[in-house]
Write a protein that binds this ligand. Structure first.
Ligand code: SF4
Length: 305
């Protein structure tokens, strides 16, 4: 029995087969880096969350074609979701956004569109544009929130408030066919366990469709690395994270799709904790599953709204 609603199960239920993601860097920037909202970006930001700078040099079409080919060869995959991941993928003129997203129409094997962005960067016309794809595609909007606590958002230099997030959620929910996934970081030094679980309750109360969680991890060259080396705050141990992740899952509704359970950075770029690399990914997920079993608990066990 699966004790949480995994992304792979959700996609299998929807499409009757395994569906794979192809990530794309469409060359956008971010209002929290170019001075519109802030400068320097979020303290943990490394290349807007994409570790492959080579992608940027290729067209979106090339990236999708090569991504599909790679994943098809590796997993014999037949259906794909295109994930606009790097930086803020709704930050641009409407016509530019449309022509970028429209590239997926050239690939009949693509069944879905995923757009990663910020809560303060989803005006209604952009949501209307995204909604226009829902007649042909599964569409997810991914919002970085990271924490429901303003002091943490400030510490991370997110450049938006909790209120921006609530506003975005309420407006996204008006478009019934759009799905909303929210990113959360556990282990921020500005928060204790109760604070982190309050973020889970906050998302549970808002009934977001999906959640991605990962532990705070420090990447070389970021502002977070500078602060970490100066202040030497504590990063989560693996067993602490496993417990917190299970506590977090217990508070979410059963229907929330769990799209990510840990963080992965390239080993050569990771300052810590050591277990946030691809090498440990399956181990972390396995430990979370084991903890759910041992506690005989499940996602939704402490959902209270
Ligand atoms: S919102 Fe995303 S791209 Fe922009 S600075 Fe923060 S992490 Fe980087």
């Amino acid at each position: 029995m699966e004790r949480y609603y995994s992304y792979s199960r959700y996609l299998r239920e929807l499409f009757g087969t395994r569906v794979y993601r192809v990530t794309v860097d469409a060359g956008f920037t971010c209002p929290n880096r170019d001075g519109t909202k802030g400068r320097g970006g979020c303290i943990y930001c490394f290349s807007g969350s994409d570790y492959d700078p080579e992608k940027r040099r290729k067209s979106v079409r090339e990236q999708i074609a090569q991504g599909i080919e790679r994943v098809r060869r590796r997993y014999k995959a037949e259906k794909f979701l295109v994930y606009f991941q790097a930086y803020t993928n709704t930050y641009g003129p409407l016509e530019v956004l449309r022509s970028v997203y429209d590239t997926i129409r050239e690939f009949p094997e693509v069944v879905g569109l995923i757009v990663g962005t910020r809560p303060d960067c989803v005006p209604d016309p952009v949501l209307e544009l995204l909604h226009s794809y829902t007649s042909d595609y599964l569409v997810w909007v991914e919002l970085g929130l990271e924490s429901a606590h303003y002091r943490s958002l400030r510490w991370m230099n997110r450049g938006h408030g909790v209120s921006d997030f609530v506003d975005a959620v309420l407006r996204i929910k008006r478009f019934k066919a759009l799905n909303l996934c929210v990113h959360v970081i556990l282990g921020l030094p500005t928060e204790d366990r109760e604070d982190m679980l309050e973020t889970a309750d906050f998302l549970a109360a808002l009934k977001v469709d999906g959640v991605k969680i990962h532990p705070l991890h420090v990447i070389r060259g970021t502002e977070l690395e500078r602060i970490y080396l100066e202040e030497r705050f504590r990063l989560l141990e693996l067993d602490e994270y496993v417990e917190l992740a299970v506590d977090f899952l217990e508070r979410l509704p059963k229907e929330t799709v769990i799209q990510r359970l840990t963080g992965e950075a390239p080993e050569e770029l990771l300052v810590g904790p050591y277990w946030c690399t691809g090498r440990y990914k399956n181990r972390v997920i396995q430990l979370i599953r084991q903890e759910l079993e041992e506690r005989d608990t499940f996602q939704g066990a402490k959902y209270r709204f």
